[in-house]
Design a protein around this ligand. Structure first.
Ligand SMILES: Nc1nc2c(ncn2[C@@H]2O[C@H](COP(=O)(O)OP(=O)(O)OP(=O)(O)O)[C@@H](O)[C@H]2O)c(=O)[nH]1
Length: 350
């Protein structure tokens, strides 16, 4: 919309002259110029899916249109105030320039250098013309110069307020993201927690179903963990959980693998893009590595084992993630039942 006022203001200057015919050619030329600028701004639409460089290019091009329009308006204003034949149009030119400058200062203050530049483009030629003009023009020059200073100060104030507000908003957003991250992370092991699992698992299963790609789930439960707590104390138990988690990170180390602590001594790994065979191989590798590892707890070496259940998503069997989770959980239960320190596979019937 902004561009249309330049065209209207120019038409008013031209047509309110005592004899518009006198500058017919310039009148038409000016009208065409401001009309072209107006149409260019209308047609210059935001890119549909703007990536940051494309958006920056669009902003620069749009500013170029604005700077050309305001620069030419500044020259028109200077010319009108300088030439006696435009005497009747002086007021229109001055009011137009004040209106454009005010709108600019309060709309674009977030880009201070560009905004100040445009204010000078709009006002400087007119101020020079008034300063060099007749004695009757001097009060107008002083008023406009004072108003220009006021606009520059207001622009700076708005710029500071804008960036302070933006800074506060960003801080709040960062704090919210940190809190969100904290609420999804288990503080002891730094693995994702049950909340994270609930959030991710259903989405990952839905994606696997849509893309017809494999997805496996392994559930793990440390064997006789209560005995560790009873024998070495709760702090030692915590260290044990931390070392267990570290080993999980080392074995299930694909970027897409999501190791999680689901609660107590129960863990899980969601493995998108992983077939059941690959999941079994990794789960077995984890089980044997753990059983062969001496954990250092309270200056003592401790060996622990884990029971595991594994399964892959089968669309015909599992209606959604819950179906797969139930099957794998039953397999884990079976592993405990079969004497622990072993891996059992989920039944392929629901
Ligand atoms: N140190 C520590 N212990 C925990 C934590 N969360 C759960 N536990 C303990 O884990 C133990 C789990 O015991 P059970 O559920 O009987 O299981 P288990 O002894 O591992 O036996 P199975 O699972 O049947 O092999 C309990 O003693 C809990 O107190 C934790 O964050 N830190």
């Amino acid at each position: 919309m902004g561009g249309s006022f330049y065209l209207v203001a120019w038409l008013m200057i031209w047509l309110s002259m005592s004899d518009p015919q006198q500058i017919f050619g310039y009148g038409v030329l000016g009208s065409i110029f401001f009309a072209v600028m107006l149409i260019s701004r209308w047609l210059h639409q935001l890119p549909a899916d703007p990536d940051p460089p494309a958006l920056q290019r669009w902003i620069n091009q749009h500013w170029a249109l604005i700077i050309i329009t305001t620069g030419i308006w500044g020259l028109v204003n200077g010319l009108v105030l300088h030439q006696a034949i435009f005497q009747i149009s002086h007021l229109v030119a001055i009011i137009g320039t004040i209106a454009f400058s005010t709108a600019f200062a309060f709309t674009f203050a977030m880009r201070l250098p560009r905004c100040v530049g445009v204010l000078f483009l709009l006002n400087l030629p007119g101020l020079l013309a008034l300063a060099r003009g007749t004695a009757e023009q001097q009060p107008a020059f002083i008023c406009l110069a004072i108003y220009m200073v006021y606009l520059l100060l207001a622009c700076r104030r708005s710029h500071i307020d804008y960036h302070n507000t933006l800074g506060n908003e960003l801080l709040l957003l960062r704090q919210r993201n940190d809190l969100e991250e904290l609420s999804r992370t288990d503080s002891l092991t730094q693995l994702g927690n049950r909340y994270q699992f609930n959030d991710l698992f259903q989405t990952m299963v839905a994606t696997a179903q849509r893309q017809r790609s494999p997805l496996s789930l392994v559930l793990l439960d440390i064997d006789h963990f209560k005995r560790i707590n009873d024998a070495y104390g709760h702090v030692a138990g915590d260290q044990c959980l931390q070392q267990f988690s570290e080993l999980m990170r080392q074995v299930f180390r694909r970027d897409s693998d999501v190791p999680l602590r689901l609660g107590g001594e129960e863990f899980g790994v969601i493995m998108p893009g992983t077939t059941l065979d690959q999941a079994i191989q990794l789960a077995e590798q984890f089980r044997t590595t753990l059983a062969a590892t001496q954990l250092r707890i309270e200056d003592q070496s401790v060996v622990i084992t884990t029971s595991l259940g594994a399964g892959a998503y089968i669309p015909e069997v599992d209606r959604n993630g819950d179906g797969l989770y139930r099957r794998v959980d039953a397999a884990l239960y079976q592993a405990k039942h079969d004497g622990r320190n072993c891996l059992r596979l989920a039944q392929t019937r629901g």
